[in-house]
Design a binder for this molecule. Sequence first.
Ligand SMILES: Cc1cc2nc3c(=O)[nH]c(=O)nc-3n(C[C@H](O)[C@H](O)[C@H](O)COP(=O)(O)OP(=O)(O)OC[C@H]3O[C@@H](n4cnc5c(N)ncnc54)[C@H](O)[C@@H]3O)c2cc1C
Length: 553
Amino acid sequence: MTDWIVGVGLSPTAAQWDALNASVGGQLHKGTPLALPCFSSFSGTEVQPYAQSCAVVEANYTSTEFISSVYSGFMQPQWATCQQSQMGCLLDSDDPSDSAAFANKTCFQGSVSPYYLDVRNATDVQIAFNFSQETGTVLSIKNSGHDYKGRSSAPDSLALWVHNLNSISYDAKFVPEGCSSETTYQGVTSGTGASWQDVYEFADSHNITVVGGYHQTVASSGGWLMGGGHSVLSPVYGLGVDRVLQFKIVTPDGELRTVNECQNTDLFWALRGGGGGTFGVVLEATHKAEPQLTLQVAAMEFNVTTSNLEEFYTVLVNNSLQWGLAGWGGHVAENTFIYVNPLLSLDEATASMKPMVDFINLQNGSSIITTVPSWLEFFNEFALAGEAPVGTELLLGSRLIPKSVFETPEGQSAMVKVLLQVSEHSLPYIPVVPPILFNATENSTSTTPAWRDALWHLNAFATWDFNSSFEEINAAYNLTHEFVDMFRQIAPDSGSYINECDVHETDFEESFWGPNYPRLLEIKQKYDPNHLLDCWQCVGWLGASDDRYSCYI
Ligand SMILES: Cc1cc2nc3c(=O)[nH]c(=O)nc-3n(C[C@H](O)[C@H](O)[C@H](O)COP(=O)(O)OP(=O)(O)OC[C@H]3O[C@@H](n4cnc5c(N)ncnc54)[C@H](O)[C@@H]3O)c2cc1C
C-alpha cells in the first residue's frame, strides 16, 4: 500500500486512495510544490533538498514549456501558494538560483493539490466524479496552468490533470456527429491538453490554418476555448467559440457526451463562452480550419520616453478604427506593436500602417511591414518574441472597449487619457482581438455580447516579488481593480473577458456573460446537480466564502 496522506483537509482514507489509484491504473500521483527540491524544510518538517532536481527547476522557472509539462507548474506562481496565509514555495523569478528564496525557509503545499490524477481517458474522469461524490473530495481541473485567476488549483483538492490528453487529428470532411453529412468542414480535433504550438505545426503540415492563441503552451481545447478564445486572427475569423464544431466531454453526472449543433445543443452553447472548470471535463474539441493564409505583418518597436508616449497613444487610438475595419489584429505590449492582416495586399498594408510607421521613424525606432506565407511562420517569427511573460507573480485587469469609443474625438481623447493614467504604473497591454469583422450567428455563443461591439481587449498588469509582504500583494490587487474602474468609465456598458480580467471583477455575471447568465445557470444545474465542480467566479459558483477559496486574497 502506498503511503497516502490522510487528514489535513482530506476526507478519504488511505484504503480509499489506494482503491482509486488501482482503478485508474496507477495514474494517481502525489502533488508537491514545483520548487520543493530546493528546500530543506517542508511544512515545518526537515526534508532532504535535491540539488540536481533543484537546478532543473531553477533553470526552467520561467520556461513556459517546463511549467506546462508538470502538474505543479502554474504560469503565475502565486496560484500554487496560499496567498491569504502567505504560505508557498516560491523561487525568485528574477534570479531563480537566488538562495534567499529557499535557504532556511520552509516550503508549504499552498494550493498545489496533494493528489493529482493524470487523466488518460473518459473512464478516469468518470471514476474521479464517483470518488468525489462518495468521499466529498473537492475536485480541480488543471490543463496548461495558464489561468490568470487561479481556477486551475484548489487547496486540498484532487486535481484532474488533463495535459496529457494531447492527440491531434485532421478530417478534411468533418461532419459533427449526428448532423447531416451534406455540410462538411475542414476540422482539426485536438485533445484538451494539446498546446497551440503543436496544433499550429500540425495544421501547417496539412497546409491549413487553425485560429488560436498568442502563446505556444496555452491549451487549444481547454480553458482558452470555453472562455471565448481570442486570436490576432479573430477580428476576421472570429473567436475560438465561433469556430468550434464539437466537444467530447464527461459531465459530472458521469456521462460521456458528444456536444455539437445537433446533440446536447444546450451544452454546446454553454461551452462556447460559459468558461472552463464548471460544466464537466472536456476531453477534446474540433476546430474549424481555414486554408493556409498569406499574411501581412506590421512589427514595430521604439524607446518609450515621457515625452513620446502621448503621441504614440494618440496615433494608436486615432487609427485603431481604420485598422480594425481593414482586418488588422495584433498586440500592443509596452513599446512593441505587432499586427497581422489576412485581407490586405502588401501595398495596402503599407499604406494603412503609414501613420504608425511615420511616428516610429521619428523616434528612431524599428519598423517592418512584410508578407509571410503562413500563420506558423508569423507565429514563430513574430508572436513568440512578443509573448506575455510567465513564471512571475502577476495579476491583470481588463475591459472590452467598444468601437464607438474610437469613433468620436471625445472618445479618442478620453481613451488616450486613460492609457496615460495607467502608464504611470505600468504600460497597458492591448490585444486587438475582438471579432469586429466576423459575422457571428446571433446567440450562438454564451460569451458577453460585448465582444461583438468591441475593438480592443484592454489590459493592465500589476506584479510583485516572491518575498513581497501581504500589504504589497494586496496593493497589487487593489491597483488592478482601480485600472478596471478607469476602463469602466469609458466603457460602462461593455463587459470583460472571463479568462483575462480582474480577479475581483465587479458584477462578474454581467461582465462575462451579460444576458446569457440565467440560461447558463440553468444548464449548470442540469448537468452538475450535485455541484461536483466549482471555480472562482464561474457559472453557479459557491462564492468566495467556500473553503476551496480560502487562499484567495
Ligand atoms: C502567457 C499567457 C498568454 C495567453 N494568451 C492568450 C491568448 O492569446 N488568447 C486568449 O484568449 N487567452 C490567452 N490567455 C489566457 C488563457 O485563455 C487562459 O489562461 C485560459 O484559462 C487557459 O486555459 P488552459 O486550459 O490552457 O489553462 P488552465 O489554467 O489549466 O485552465 C484554465 C481553466 O480552464 C479549466 N479547464 C482547463 N481544461 C479543462 C478541461 N479539459 N475541461 C474542463 N475545464 C478545463 C480549468 O479548470 C481552469 O478553470 C493567455 C494566458 C497566459 C498566461
